[in-house]
Design a protein around this ligand. Structure first.
Ligand SMILES: *Cc1c(COP(=O)(O)O)cnc(C)c1O
Length: 361
């Protein structure tokens, strides 16, 4: 095999090498049953066992209380943008949204099709460079829920403290699920596309509190009603078998590598190395305000667009790949998801220092 690079892509993103190898073997022959993983019946005892184990691992990893259901859905995190309001709103009902980036903006646009949406805070005028603190917004008394995005993948901002409210709290955790300990009890619903921290594209994890099920509108299309998937254990139709299997392997790998506590510390250490490299001089400019900095995505600029292009190219030559920023803000972005080794962040931090010295302005 060619030498494995450090993969800083924002999603789909780096996965543990051990998981890729185990997956490669199981695709051809699933644990000796004489059939490959992706040609097995989803109702076979072997695959049913995979789903049960994956759920048990997720529950354990996030310490999910018994009054939550765990679902494996399709359609990406983006389908949750409409499923949430479709299930919980109507034209008379209101929900409050915090607009902290491109993903919340898209969710707001979808939600407006179904109900009255109040945007209690937006950082759009500041190029989404921060997330609000609790005292910066007001939640309407008649809101059905408060919706926010815990980590803004493009801008590199992250809520270190979650909003406090007596309304159901709904969160898009696509880019920081299982990257840190959370108190699931604070939430009514959490969703996350798998392809950043959990596995490949193709499955969306949904955690939904039991009392939320009683608020769901009737007469929804069957596939778009959360209760369908709760009642059938995510097996109403063919689930994304392959993606669920990889999620199981990733969670097993996490348990072997310090569990959520060890992973969280490793994520903090990786981010600290890069923010230290940014703060050392004025050469690099971090996009996020310091108190909103994300441990998952570090977005930054160099003095000129030409230097940014050169930086990305020379980094790639050294095996540091996927550093181009999102097209909406340009510059560079290093995504430091769970499976990105500390050595990758160390190598990038060193490269940043060397590049600055070699390319003065
Ligand atoms: C990547 C991402 C999405 C979109 O996920 P899809 O699975 O591609 O629909 C939504 N929200 C956040 C925060 C993301 O990072």
């Amino acid at each position: 095999m060619s030498e494995r690079v450090f993969n800083f892509n924002p999603g789909p993103a780096t996965l543990p090498y051990d998981v890729l190898q185990q997956t490669a073997a199981d695709i051809v022959d699933f644990q000796g049953v004489g059939m490959g993983l992706i040609e097995m019946s989803h109702r076979s005892p072997e695959f049913m066992n995979v789903v049960e184990e994956t759920e048990a691992l997720v529950r354990n990893m996030l310490d999910i209380p018994q009054n939550f259901k765990v679902l494996f859905l399709q359609g990406g995190a983006s389908s949750q943008f409409f499923m949430v309001p479709m299930n919980f709103l109507d034209k008379q009902k209101k929900a409050v949204y915090l607009n902290t980036g491109a993903w919340s903006r898209k969710a707001i646009a979808e939600a407006r099709r179904f109900g009255k949406i109040s945007v209690a805070y937006t950082s759009e005028d500041d190029h989404f460079n921060h997330v609000p603190s609790q005292d910066q917004y007001v939640i309407d008394d008649d809101a059905e829920y408060l919706y926010f995005v815990s980590n803004n993948t493009i801008y590199g901002t992250q809520f270190s403290l979650f909003p406090e409210t007596d309304k159901p709290l709904i969160c898009d955790m696509s880019s920081d699920i299982v990257s840190r300990k959370i108190d699931v009890n604070k939430f009514g619903l959490i969703f996350a596309g798998a392809q950043k921290n959990l596995g490949p594209a193709g499955v969306t994890l949904v955690l939904i509190r039991d009392d939320m099920l009683e608020r769901i509108n009737d007469n929804l299309p069957t596939m778009l009603d959360y209760r369908t998937h709760v009642n059938k254990g995510s097996m109403f139709n063919t689930p994304p078998c392959f993606a669920i299997y990889v999620v199981r392997e990733v969670l097993k790998w996490m348990n072997k590598n310090g569990g959520i506590t060890g992973i969280e510390k490793n994520n903090r250490d990786k981010a600290s190395l890069l923010y230290a490299a940014i703060d050392r001089s004025d050469y690099y400019r971090g996009h996020a305000a310091v108190d909103s900095r994300s441990n998952m995505n570090v977005s930054f600029n160099l003095p000129t667009a030409e230097l940014e292009a050169k930086f990305i190219m020379e980094a790639a030559e050294q095996g540091l790949k996927g550093l181009k920023g999102h097209r909406s803000i340009g510059g560079c972005r290093a995504s430091l998801y769970n499976a990105l080794p500390l050595a990758g962040a160390q190598k990038l931090a060193t490269f940043m220092q060397e590049f600055e010295a070699a390319n003065p302005v």
